[in-house]
Design a binder for this molecule. Structure first.
Ligand code: SF4
Length: 382
């Protein structure tokens, strides 16, 4: 469905400052959300299956080798470890689970671990399965699909006009190619970005309309959590009312997308998280993020339930129904699994936790200057 507001209207809404006016905008976005998705929700979780030491220069990312920031550093997890994290995410009440790795793409060996991890998660949990593994060919996307992956995440990060400020070594066109490959393989797409990287309100609106053109099934929006030592590490957090306003604007531009807030929502929104949900979210990233801590899953579930939304696992979380791996799923019954007993008992489950599970290693040696800050132009893969 096309945007419900024009580009000019979005720009005008972006200028709202009064809380009362923003409150009215929230009501409008809430009506759009409930009209299309009823009380359903789509709650994600992730594991950072390969972390740190990335060769790319994305200015928001602590995993970049150009960032003088601490980050979990570990090689590709074994498929069994991925499965263990998935089971913990299921126990926490997540609907879907994303296997995430750093970098532009995976080696053959690492890719085969993701494929095997996806197969195990498909066979042994009721979670919907996503992957975020950088660029990929149609052939790789098809392999992921065969292994049970249903959706691939690949952000555009920001508007095309602002993108050169965000990354010089990962190309915008490459991102679009990957999104096309994912679709050609018959997978769902999850495409979003990060707000507050220094983009103007105009560029924020551009990003939302560009996403509308891409028309992904799911749109994850992150809010910059400025990490000291990264290119954008000195930026201020967003005003929480600003966040709420932009969530509502994005919802009106992307009425049919499964829209979620991910990294930075705790730091930027504080007490206003429930209002942001009301501004049109289908879900949030539960648990922890790639390199930072999130919220207790029980708190997130309660936040959605207080608005009358249903966080129970559903046969169709607001997206198109699709066959799943367990009999009974599509008949509307959520089959019991052994992990159901573990709900809220995370002490028994190995939930992804960047602060304690893996060694956080301070980067050693000299951290190179960001290519965008060097005098000479940076080349591909520099
Ligand atoms: S490619 Fe991914 S992991 Fe690497 S710097 Fe960019 S966002 Fe971070």
């Amino acid at each position: 469905m096309p945007p419900l507001i024009s580009f000019e209207e979005a720009l005008a809404l972006g200028e709202l400052e009064g809380h009362e006016e923003i409150g009215e905008l929230v009501e409008r976005a809430w009506a759009v959300r409930t009209d299309r998705f009823g009380d359903s929700t789509d709650m994600c979780s992730l594991v950072n299956a390969k972390s740190g030491g990335c060769a790319e220069d994305c200015g928001f990312c602590a995993q970049s080798r150009y960032a003088e920031a601490d980050t979990p550093m570990h090689a590709m997890m074994e498929p069994e470890q991925i499965l263990q994290h998935a089971k913990a995410a299921e126990a926490a009440g997540a609907h879907r689970f994303c296997m995430v790795t750093q970098g532009q793409g995976l080696s053959k060996r690492d890719f085969s671990k993701i494929v095997e991890g996806a197969r195990l998660v498909s066979e042994q949990t009721n979670l919907k399965r996503c992957a975020s593994i950088g660029h990929m060919s149609v052939d790789r996307a098809k392999k992921l699909k065969q292994a049970g992956i249903q959706r691939v995440h690949h952000n555009v990060e920001t508007s095309e006009s602002y993108y050169p400020e965000v990354s010089t070594t990962v190309r915008y066109e490459g991102r679009i190619r990957t999104i096309d490959a994912v679709r050609e393989a018959g997978l769902e797409s999850c495409v979003g970005g990060i707000l507050n990287l220094g983009e103007s309100p105009l560029q924020r609106v551009e990003m939302a309309f560009e996403l509308s053109e891409i028309d992904p099934d799911s749109v994850p929006i992150n809010l910059l959590n400025p990490r000291s030592g990264t290119k954008f590490g000195d930026r201020e957090l967003m005003d929480p009312w600003e966040v709420v306003k932009w969530v509502a604007i994005f919802r009106l531009i992307l009425p049919d997308a499964l829209f979620r807030l991910c990294g930075g929502r705790v730091e930027n929104l504080g007490e206003l998280q429930p209002l942001a949900v009301k501004a049109g979210l289908n879900g949030v990233m539960m648990g922890n993020f790639l390199t930072t801590l999130g919220v207790e899953p029980a708190e997130d579930r309660a936040m959605f339930e207080e608005l009358g939304l249903n966080v129970a696992r559903q046969p169709d979380n607001g997206a198109n129904p699709r066959p799943d791996n367990r009999s009974g799923w599509m008949q509307g019954e959520t089959p019991e699994t052994p992990i159901d007993e573990l709900i809220d008992s995370q002490a028994d489950a190995n939930f992804w936790d960047p602060s304690t599970q893996l060694k956080v290693i301070k980067k050693k040696g000299e951290v190179p200057a960001y290519p965008s800050e060097r005098k000479e132009p940076a080349g591909w893969g520099d």
